[in-house]
Design a protein. Sequence first.
Length: 455
Amino acid sequence: MTMTYDELKEVDRLDAVRMVLPDGTAVTDRTLNFFPYYSDIIVFGNEYCESNEGIAKFIDEYVCPENEKDVTAFFQEIARRIVSDPILDDVDTRKNTHVNYRLLRDQHYSLFKKPDALSEWSEMRGIYFWHEYIIQSRRQEQFKKIVKKQDDDELFKISYKVKKVYGFSEREITYLQYFCSQAKLDDLDSSLNVSLYNWSKKKFTGKSTVSEYICSFLNGETTKNADKYKSDLATEMQMGRFDIPVATTSRCTMLDEAGFKDMSKTYSKLKTVITSNTCNIEYKYKSSKRPKRCYRNYIWTSNDDPIYLIKDEDERRILAVHFAKPEKMSFAELEKLWYKFVLECNFDEKRLSEIYENVIEPNPQAGESKLIIEELKDILTKDRINGITSGSYFSISNVMTIPEIAQQKADINRKIVKEAVMQLYGLPDASQRFYKINRLIIESENYDEKQELPF
């Protein structure tokens, strides 16, 4: 196990010199003159002169940063220690050190000549090394834990067991296999990228637990540890100017109970996000930064039917998997089951392409919901709306009392009714009230549109 950065600073100077010299090299007093005083500067300076990869390796092994802020803090600290090193700070002793350490000192000393120079430099270096080297290196290490040669026999066995426990259809199992395989491919054509939508209206079906297992294992964890890979839809779509998607730092991201109440304005952007493999990150007071890679492998969990998320009946980017109550198993058994399943999913791009073209179907429920909404719009005439309330506004509760709707509550719920009403009257106010006059505005806008000729 590598020592921490604080422990490295306490290492005896002689031992630090031995760490950077070839094994068996004798260390004399003359040899020691070539090196700085601080042990961490001795080791860091050796890596610094090698390459950026060497610097990143040093930071990752000794500092163990959790984000770019930790890397920034390290660069600030190391710069201060370099210029304050007793040997490098003294003209007479500095001239005896190796030229690489003298160069190291000169480069960092210049940062203290201008106000804010150190802060700006360290922040830029922190962002650069975090995204360009450290994250990329960690992903490669994680990748080794979850990928193996495709074994169809083993995959069939574990898939059969998963189907038996959860009652999945053959198509749903294929969707799960596709997603897990997709997440392992670094160079997959982004047009083949999909998201997994695990849903159930009932509680205790295991949709969240299974999603956490899959997300954890695809990120190289050996046990369920999904919290640091969770996010929300607004962050991943960068609805805020300075939002940083978790997809920039994880191979798979979980969106628990995700979705907006009204997806009509964001759905097009969502589809673009799913099939993109990069993004711009903007830091306060800093220029934009484009990470090397965004892994847009999203697992959604929801209590809502996918028809409320999927607006396009031809949509194939979001794969819905319905969870019924599974067979009873211990958490240890479930963890072993899903780890094995994730491990055995290793389809290549050719096979994924075949599945995408021949197995993945557009969500039929999206088309069905469109038909229901159109039928509701036919029912919700101006006269019918005026009949449920004499005021200038109305609510969804008022609409639900219309006989044709009230008699079909089992098939037509409030959400789909609200979707139909919003298409006729626009968005409700803060009190969830719809104003009758808005319908007149919508109808007048449609009336002004030039109609296509029938020939």
